[in-house]
Design a protein around this ligand. Structure first.
Ligand SMILES: [Zn+2]
Length: 115
């Protein structure tokens, strides 16, 4: 690739301000509009909710489904809480049982702001 874009700055490819890679190769977290959205800028809310027949689930809302690897996060939560769970299309997660403390801790480890 060296030399291909040599010349004036205007001929250089547009690079990401964060990782300095060409935008086509940038894997930085972005929302649906293409704006940078780092985990720390997403405020996760962890709550306990009651389901039918007295079951409780720990829910996580506030994660951007475009900017965050929601499926990977859910997998990590399920593994570390040793329980089942699911993800909604809007990025909302729920894991079975009351795991608020552990879930909040894992989200903080991943860099999210937790309410
Ligand atoms: Zn980037």
């Amino acid at each position: 690739m060296a030399g291909l874009f040599d010349g004036t700055p205007l001929e250089r490819p547009v690079t990401c301000a964060c990782c300095e890679r060409p935008l086509a190769e940038c894997a930085c977290p972005r929302d649906a509009d293409g704006s940078m959205l780092l985990p720390g800028d997403q405020k996760a809310t962890v709550r306990l909710e009651k389901r039918r027949r007295g079951k409780v689930v720990t829910t996580v809302t506030g994660l951007d489904p475009h900017a965050s690897a929601v499926a990977d996060i859910l997998r990590e939560l399920k593994r570390r809480c040793a329980t089942g769970g699911s993800a909604g299309a809007d990025g909302a997660l729920e894991v079975q049982g009351d795991h608020r403390e552990r879930v909040a801790g894992i989200l903080r480890e991943l860099g999210f702001a937790v309410a």
